[in-house]
Design a protein around this ligand. Structure first.
Ligand code: ADP
Ligand code: MG
Length: 723
């Protein structure tokens, strides 16, 4: 048996899926939050004043009172030990996009040979992982390699269970000793503050002086693939890079549209139920599940939460999907493009902001007053996306996502906004001055007349837009499935804080304390924004060539690849933007730029090496074996004085020769070294990736002709359809 046949035999032995969780006795819904040190647990376990102080920190971003830390730590430890935890871990989110954790035991031995469990306030608030091997893009020299983790009080601690023990996990920010952000959480927290500060000014103008925090909200839809683990064992490309670097398309792909929203099979459903139960226990409100377009592709989506918490929960969701898939003998692929020729995976980042008094601030609302306020926020978003489209593009740049953007299955690399017909019409009216009028009438115009039926239902959708208004939120649809949503959220918060600042300043200056002038002022500023930034609005089909041309005419950036997009992070105006709102300093922006470039280069280097190795050691030998079979048969036929049709033999020999030549070309590129990360990235993009594809082209042809029993790699058909 060859490896591929081994895989198939193993899968053939899998027994029908059995029930593994007692869902009838313990309904999963009732398990929600049971492993979370939530506000309600704290209320039960903490003295009243301590609880109040902590609650204040969580709700108002006020500084954590250090004196409460010891009490909280002790309560947290008791709670965690009750649930079987022997260890605690500061969980942090380095720039690789991964989730990192350092575990310590509660155990403290005493001199008499006994041990007690201890967890102090200081260890709760602050950890000190030796962080020298996390990428920091030059922020930290190795001689001052200390980084520290600081508890993020707004994201609750939770218990992670594994078969033989449990760990108390504490979500933390990860900083250098000088306080520079080394992670993806710190800038979220900073950008949430920036957004809140500016949004309060608009709310004040519209009479909401409650001071209730305006928080960004996020609901991230996660797409993923599931394939049987046995196949992965024999696919070095999936193991090393998360995607297939070879593979001829199967005859049946996604052309029948029979997978999308189809009935979910038992094996996959058993996996989903277990994932959801785990996520419920961790307090993650996942709600929606369905089959996606490509065979073997699925989606899970939560109910939205505050952006910071949603980001932590999104990371946990990815970790949980991968972990639970293995319980079911499957591998969960989060890569943006695991299979060529069928859809890749995205992570639609639904985004809005709101406060406790008014709820969602991007909901058009029922009254003229609410509508006017909505239009102000909406206009600010239009301005922000237009001004900093390049930033939104840069934060979703990665080697994986490059395969998706612009491949007619995901929005193109051109960032534009879909507003829907009705809302566009409203802005057109304002732009054409059709609503300029007397004060009272103007209020009516902006509020009611000019806003006929604002689109609220999901029917009014444009699935080709990278940034779509969906009735009461924006959906940033170009984010990659494997990416942290942190980058997009930080970018949106900061860009919108800047635009809201701009609008608030205009309005404040225009009315100069006289609120009766507000609606005229709103009219003016919204008109100005649409005049200057309306070109970012595009309601048509983003997949067409016509749009590429039109976008160029409008001067919208079209940054097709990661090496083109990442340098946007260090353009002067971008650095100024992030510094101004104290989200990321110049050094921190540079560190991100450097780190993401390095990640890109490393990813492609690993892919290139894997391609060369698989081509040399798996595909070439299979082809040669087949060639030998044909040649032997040819010889024997000739010995017998019979004819042999040798086209297949010649074709195989030709492909083998070409394969070797192309491998050589790639190998010279792999040894290419450059001191400049950007040069390296450009080489990867313009030479290495095409050279890899050239090899694949031949290899896939070989796969189509080699005798099936000699072909060692699991095929697309098998991986996508056998489960
Ligand atoms: P669709 O597939 O139609 O886009 P889904 O139900 O799969 O819709 O996902 C919609 C996502 O948008 C959910 O995660 C939902 O919680 C989220 N969402 C809804 N309202 C908001 C909001 N105000 N802010 C952020 N996300 C939101
Ligand atoms: Mg969806």
């Amino acid at each position: 048996m060859n490896k591929r046949e081994n895989a198939l035999a193993a899968i053939n032995k899998i027994k029908p899926t059995k029930t593994t969780i007692p869902y009838k006795e313990e309904n999963s819904i009732n398990k929600f939050g049971e492993n979370v040190f939530s506000m309600s647990v704290m209320k039960q376990r903490l003295p009243k004043d301590i609880y109040k102080s902590l609650k204040n920190t969580v709700e108002n971003y006020s500084a954590l009172d250090a004196s409460v830390a010891d009490v909280v730590a002790n309560a947290m430890k008791d709670w965690a030990m009750n649930k079987g935890a022997s260890h605690y871990a500061h969980v942090f989110f380095p720039l690789t996009g991964a989730t990192a954790e350092k575990h310590d035991s509660f155990l403290v031995p005493d001199l008499s040979g006994n041990a007690i469990a201890e967890f102090s306030g200081t260890t709760l608030i602050q950890g000190e992982p030796d962080a020298s091997s996390f990428p920091n893009g030059g922020l930290r020299q190795t001689f001052e390699a200390r980084g520290y983790t600081a508890w993020d009080v707004t994201s609750p601690a939770y218990i992670m269970e594994s078969p033989n023990g449990a760990t108390l996990c504490i979500p933390t920010a990860f900083l250098s000793w000088k306080g520079e952000a080394l992670d993806k959480k710190t800038p979220i927290l900073r950008s949430m503050q920036a957004l809140n500060t500016q949004a309060q000014r608009i709310l004040n103008l519209f009479g909401d002086n409650s001071g209730k925090i305006v928080a960004a909200t996020c609901g991230a839809e996660q797409e993923y693939f599931l394939i049987d683990k046995s196949f992965v064992l024999y696919r070095p490309d999936i193991q090393a890079t998360g995607r297939t670097l070879f593979g001829a398309p199967s005859a049946k792909g996604q052309q029948f549209d029979d997978h999308y929203f189809g009935a979910i099979t038992d094996r996959v459903l058993a996996f989903m139920f277990e994932v959801e139960r785990e996520l419920y226990r961790l307090g993650i409100p996942v709600k929606t599940r369905h089959n996606e377009v490509a065979p073997g592709q699925f989606e899970v989506a939560p109910v939205f939460e505050t952006a910071n918490l949603a980001t932590d929960h999104q990371q946990l969701t990815m970790v949980t999907l991968k972990k639970i898939a293995r319980h079911h003998g499957m591998e969960c692929l989060l890569h943006e493009k695991p299979f060529a020729g069928i859809n890749g995976s995205g992570k639609h980042c639904n985004y809005s902001f709101g406060n406790a008094t008014q709820g969602n601030l991007l909901d058009p609302g029922e009254t003229p007053h609410e509508n006017a306020q909505f239009l102000v926020f909406c206009a600010a978003i239009i301005r922000g996306v237009h001004k900093y489209a390049k930033v939104l593009r840069a934060v979703i740049a990665s080697a994986g996502n490059d395969h998706r953007l612009g491949a007619n299955e995901a929005p193109p690399a051109i960032i534009s906004i879909f507003l829907g017909e009705q809302l566009t019409e409203v802005f057109e009216h304002i732009k054409n001055g059709e609503a300029t009028c007397s004060k009272e009438a103007c209020l009516m115009k902006i509020g009611v007349d000019a806003l006929p039926d604002l689109p609220k239902d999901a029917g009014d959708r444009n699935r080709t837009s990278p940034f779509a208004f969906t009735g009461n939120r924006f959906e940033f649809r170009a984010v990659g499935s494997d990416q942290s949503v942190s980058g997009p959220i930080v970018a949106m918060n900061t860009i919108f804080a800047d635009s809201i600042d701009y609008v608030a300043t205009k309005l404040e200056n225009a009315i100069n304390g006289d609120l009766s002038k507000l609606h005229d002022a709103v009219q003016d500023v919204v008109k100005k924004i649409i005049d200057n930034h309306g070109s970012i609005i595009f309601n048509g089909d983003n997949y067409t060539n016509a749009w590429q041309k039109e976008a160029a005419k409008r001067g919208l950036p079209n940054l097709k690849t990661t090496p083109e997009a990442l340098p946007m992070l260090i353009e002067d105006d971008v650095i100024e933007l992030f510094s101004k709102y104290k989200v990321l300093s110049k050094e921190e922006m540079h560190s991100r730029y450097e780190t993401y470039l390095e990640q890109y280069n490393l990813k492609i280097e690993v892919e290139a090496k894997t391609v060369a190795e698989m081509a040399n050691t798996i595909i070439y030998p299979a082809a040669v074996r087949y060639q030998t079979e044909l040649a032997e048969s040819c010889l024997k036929m000739k010995e017998l004085g019979m004819d042999f049709e040798d086209t297949a033999l010649k074709e195989t020999a030709g492909l083998i020769k070409e394969l070797k030549t192309r491998i050589k070309t790639l190998e010279t590129l792999i040894v290419h070294e450059s001191n400049e990360a950007l040069d390296e990235a450009i080489t990867c993009c313009e030479q290495t990736l095409p050279a890899m594809l050239k090899i694949r082209e031949i290899a896939d042809k070989i796969e189509r002709i080699v005798a099936d029993d000699l072909w060692p790699l699991p095929t697309y058909q098998e991986m996508l359809f056998i489960k």
